[in-house]
Design a protein around this ligand. Sequence first.
Ligand SMILES: [Zn+2]
Length: 364
Amino acid sequence: MKWSFRIARVAGIDIFVHATFFLLLAWFAWIYWNATGTLAGVLAGTAFILALFACVVLHELGHALTARRFGIATRRITLLPIGGVASLERMPREPRQEILVALAGPAVNIAIAGVLWVVLTVSGHGAALDDPAHVQGGFLAQLLVVNLFLAVFNLLPAFPMDGGRVLRAWLAMRMDYASATRSAASVGQGLALALGLLGLLYNPWLVFIAVFVWFGAAMEAEATTFHNTFGRLPARRAMLTEFHVLSPGQPLAAVVDQVLAGSQKEFPVLEGDRLVGVLTLNRLLAALRDAGPAAPVGEVMETRVPTAAPDEPLDRIMERLEECDCRLVAVLEGGRLAGIVNLDNITELVQIQRALAAGGRRAF
Ligand SMILES: [Zn+2]
C-alpha cells in the first residue's frame, strides 16, 4: 500500500502506518482540545488514540500469529484510520482454520478488556467503569470499553469484518467456497442496509459504517469470484501477443509516431532477443519534457520489469502487478519474450468469459 510508513517490526512482521492515520490523530487532538481546552487534555487524548491503535495492532497480531500456526505467513500489518489490516499471504481454505484465524483478533480485544477490568478492580478504580463516556473519565476504563466495542464490531457477520469470515467459513462447511462467499456477502449487505437505515434515524456514524460494510462485502465477493474463476487460468490465456517492441537505440520521436498510430501504451524494449526494459506512456511523456525527442529509448526506459512464466496463474500475476505498481508483466518462455500481460488484458479476459457464461456457453 502506498503512503504507508514502517514503524515497527514485531514477531518478524513489519507494521506499517498509513499517512491518513495522522489525520485521525489530529482530529482527536482537536476534539480533546475542544473538550478540555488544555494541552494536558490534548496529550491525554492523543495518548488514548495511540493506546487504542496498539490494541488494534495486537488484534491483527492475533490473526497473524494464529495463521502462522497453520503455516501461513503475514506480509505486513497496516494501520488505517478505520482499523488494521493483516495482509496474510493467503486465506486458509480449511473452514475450521479460517474460523480460528478470524476469531483470534476479537479474542485478543476481549482478553485486553479482561486484563484491564482486573487491573481497575484490584486497584480500586472499578467505579470508573460506571461513566467511561466522560472524556476525563478513567483512561483505562475507556480503553476497556473501546476494546469491547472492537470485539463486538469485528464480530458483525459482514465482510470485511472478522465475523464475515467466520460466517463464510461456517457456510463453507455446508457448500462450496464460492457459494459460501456469495451468501456471506449477501448477509453482510443485508446487515449494511439495516445499519444504514438505523443510522439515518439515530446516528450518522452508522451510515458511514454501513457504506464501508456494503462495499467490503461486494469487494470480497468479487475477489473470491476472480480467484475461483480466473485467478487459476495461466498467464498465456490473458497474454497480449500482438504488440510493437522498441530497441534501446531508437529516438523517442520514433516512439511518438507509434503511440499515435496505435493504442499501445507500454512498449517492451528488446536488445536482440533479450528483454532489457519497458517504456510506458507516462515515462515517455516525462522523457519528452526532460530529455527531448532525440533521446534514445535505452536512456529513459524502466529497466526493472517483472516477469512471469506462461503457465503461472493470473492470481500471481495480479499480485506482482500490485506489488511493483507496474503497468505490465513480461511473459518469458525459454528466456525470450512470449507476450505481455497488463490489467487491461486481464479485464478483457474476464469480460469475455462473463459474456460467454451469460449466454449459457461454456467459458473456455
Ligand atoms: Zn480482525
